[in-house]
Design a protein. Structure first.
Lengths: 174, 130
């Protein structure tokens, strides 16, 4: 029986270390993240980023992003514009309180990586690809969103721009 | 005449600055929102002096040119410009690191009127002689 203790201990250690290796792919979102959008006028940022980030450059097949931001956290730097943005004419924060992104696959690209997935905004789900880099525990990405694709104030296409550049900078910790 | 008008404008700037300082402190005490990046000692004095000294030149030119009518026109002009300027703090976009931008007009809009209020309050002390 004593002979089995060491092999059992070694196996247990191996199992625990393997579990740790799998867990190490999960990242926690740091507080100093930024999600900025720029459509000329308006431009601003969102807060309230939550979600799970599983990312391993060596195992992209097992990597996954599932994140949401709080629509009511929109800040354009102007109180009047913030109120308008949250109203039912624009984002309708009461009815659609979250903007969600769920990745379906992550691929390697020439400049970094690309997260392919679904962006759920204003009750509309659209497939999007978010190109991003991952250096020094920091995700950086940039992509473009057309508000008309998400039925956001389609009655006024010339009011406040239609295409918005979204810049994401998310430092993470293990 | 210009000396009287200039002193009038200068004292109005001081009075408007003092009023703005007091209001700024009251507003911060009431809301605890810090707008000191935008509205601080420098910007309060700068704004008050700029408006009151500009008013000095416009007042002097109008009274010199139109006499009594100039004074009436100046009164309307100062009031209308002050009133129209409330759109500035309402429409301005603040830096994104400033929290609660919706409270900014509550601080800045009353301050827009302080130079005009100070000017008209002091006017009886500085009568224009022909």
């Amino acid at each position: 029986m004593k002979k089995l203790i060491y092999p059992f201990a070694a196996f247990a250690l191996l199992a625990v270390s393997a579990f740790t290796a799998i867990k190490s792919q999960d990242w926690k979102i740091s507080d100093n993240y930024s999600i900025k959008f720029d459509g000329g006028d308006p431009s601003g940022e969102f807060k309230g980023l939550k979600g799970t980030i599983s990312f391993d450059p060596a195992n992209l097949a097992a990597s996954k992003f599932d994140a949401s931001i709080d629509v009511a956290s929109i800040n354009t730097g102007n109180g009047m514009k913030n109120t308008h943005a949250k109203s039912d004419k624009w984002f309708d924060a009461e009815k659609y309180p979250l903007i969600k992104f769920t990745s379906s696959s992550i691929t390697k690209t020439a400049g970094g990586y690309a997260a392919n997935g679904t962006l759920d905004m204003h009750g509309v789900q659209k497939p999007v690809t978010i190109p991003f880099t991952f250096d020094n525990s920091e995700f950086k990405g940039s992509f473009e969103v057309n508000r008309m694709d998400f039925n956001i104030n389609t009655a006024e296409p010339n009011h406040g721009g239609t295409k918005f550049k979204v810049d994401i900078d998310v430092p993470v910790t293990k | 005449m210009f000396k009287t008008t200039f002193v009038h404008g200068l004292i109005a700037a001081v009075l408007a600055s003092v009023a703005a300082f007091i209001y700024n402190h009251i507003y911060f005490f009431a809301t605890e929102v810090d707008f000191s990046k935008i509205i601080n000692t420098g910007s309060i004095i700068g704004f008050s002096v700029l408006i009151c000294i500009t008013a000095t030149f416009i007042y002097y030119a109008l009274v010199k040119w139109l006499r009594k009518k100039g004074e009436i026109i100046f009164g309307f002009l100062f009031s209308v410009v002050s009133f129209a300027s409330v759109m500035i703090p309402i429409s301005v976009s603040l830096p994104l690191d400033i929290k609660n931008p919706e409270l900014f007009p509550g601080l800045a809009v009353p301050m827009i009127f302080f130079p005009a209020i100070a000017w008209f309050t002091l006017k009886p002390l500085f009568p224009v002689k022909d």
